[in-house]
Design a protein around this ligand. Structure first.
Ligand SMILES: Nc1ncnc2c1ncn2[C@@H]1O[C@H](COP(=O)(O)OP(=O)(O)OP(=O)(O)O)[C@@H](O)[C@H]1O
Ligand SMILES: [Mg+2]
Length: 405
């Protein structure tokens, strides 16, 4: 089983997928822009070969170089788990004629307008929306759709350049800040709770499924610095509150022609209970969501994903044991972390439920909270009872404080 895996070293969790591939018996051919000499030994041991390319995001160039590099060697899979590489992987699959999702199928997971059109064509509920390229398009779209609206880049990430728009005046204001965006999606604003639906699929059917709730919605969390964003995996997927979301998610996978691998979808539940599609990627969720899912079931999805994509089997138990919460912290003030309050008390009282803690140590420079969801670090904890898990997460969000000066 020869596997070309794009970007095996960055983002850091890609090293875990590389390990997983090697552990299920794949010969992994890595492609990245880092020099081979600077790859961590823990990663290098899982690669049989590595190609350094000058620009990983130059699709044409990477396709040509990888094709030349692997010529004459029978390639069985071309894989990528990083959003910006999934299209390059699809183009390489078509070039090599190896099985896996086509360029057209992947387009449905990358272009937010194509995505919504395909999901809607399957009779599923999506926000009403229009693709806009100019301010005039946006004004016309707003007149057609009516407020409240959301304006966001067509292939955005991390809620960057995403705005809630509630009036003509707000629209003009937001348009003034969107000059650098070539193409955007203007859509109906969906009120309500926001969740993820995550899977590892074999032939478009989930061998593993997960739902997590955002507290609060990402757009709110990512525009207010004082908030400690929380994401909690839902242990009990049979409860009515999430059952409709699971059903929606499975139908979306069918509508978009999902193949093998990870998916990460976002969906809304309106106050009246109606569920609405948000967006989906054919890759895992970031910001430690895969770790959270692993702690939910005590399994190793890095390896099980590899087994699913290489051998079309999934062997890990899927019994859900815990609700797993991650709480991201943002320091108060600028500069270097100077002290952390409330942590010792929390750990004394509830430390047994904490599974991971990676807060920036005192003395380190703060991160830019706009650039990374992980911010100045996180605490991950778990509990079998939903209400208790949320209560503990809320304690960390409100009682643990990092200061910077
Ligand atoms: N139609 C909508 N109605 C209400 N809220 C929305 C809508 N579209 C986007 N949002 C909010 O904005 C956030 C970011 O939008 P979206 O998920 O489409 O973009 P993204 O930048 O790809 O996200 P990510 O942070 O997952 O990378 C959503 O998580 C949600 O909170
Ligand atoms: Mg999103």
């Amino acid at each position: 089983m020869k596997v070309v895996f794009l970007a095996p070293s960055y983002p850091p969790e890609m090293q875990q997928y590389t390990r997983g591939l090697a552990e299920v018996g794949a010969a992994v051919y890595g492609v990245g822009d880092q020099p081979v000499g600077s790859l961590a030994p823990s990663l290098k041991q899982h690669l049989v070969d590595y190609l350094q390319v000058p620009k990983l995001l130059d699709e044409d160039d990477v396709v040509n170089r990888v094709h030349a590099w692997m010529r004459g060697r029978a390639v069985d899979r071309v894989l990528a788990n990083w959003e910006v590489m999934v299209m390059t992987a699809a183009r390489l699959r078509e070039r090599f004629g190896v099985p896996g999702m086509s360029v057209d199928a992947v387009r449905g997971f990358r272009d937010k307008q194509v995505m919504k059109e395909r999901v809607a064509a399957a009779g599923l509920r999506v926000p009403r929306s229009v693709r806009v390229r100019t301010a005039t398009d946006a004004r016309e779209g707003a007149a057609e759709l009516g407020y409240p609206l959301v304006l966001k880049p067509i292939s955005g990430a991390g809620s960057a350049d995403t705005y809630e728009v509630r009036s003509d005046r707000e629209l003009e204001d937001v348009l003034g800040r969107m000059h650098h965006i070539e193409e955007a999606s203007l859509e109906e604003f969906i009120e309500g709770d926001e969740f993820t639906y995550d899977t590892v699929c074999i032939g478009g059917k989930p061998a593993f499924a997960n739902v997590a709730q955002y507290l609060p919605k990402p757009l709110i969390a990512r525009t207010n610095e004082w908030i400690s964003p929380v994401i909690v995996t839902v242990r009990d997927l049979r409860q009515p509150a999430v059952a409709d979301g699971l059903a929606l998610g499975e139908s979306v996978l069918g509508a978009l022609g999902m193949g093998d691998g990870f998916t990460h979808m976002e969906w809304f539940r309106k106050p009246g209970g109606e569920v609405v599609f948000g967006e989906i990627g054919c890759r895992p969720g970031g910001a430690h969501l895969v770790d959270q899912m692993n702690y939910t079931c005590d399994i190793d999805l890095f390896r099980e994903w590899a087994r699913a994509v290489c051998w079309n089997t999934f062997e890990a138990p899927t019994r859900r044991k815990y609700n797993v919460a991650i709480i991201f912290k943002r320091a108060k003030g600028q500069g270097r972390i100077s002290r952390i309050t409330g942590l010792a008390e929390f750990m004394r009282a509830h430390g047994e439920h904490v599974v991971e803690m990676k807060l920036l140590p005192v003395g380190t420079q703060r991160r830019n909270w706009k650039h990374t969801l992980v911010s100045d670090g996180f605490i991950m904890l778990r509990h079998p009872d939903w209400a208790t898990a949320c209560e503990l997460a809320n304690l960390v969000a409100t009682q643990v404080t990092l200061y910077a000066e």
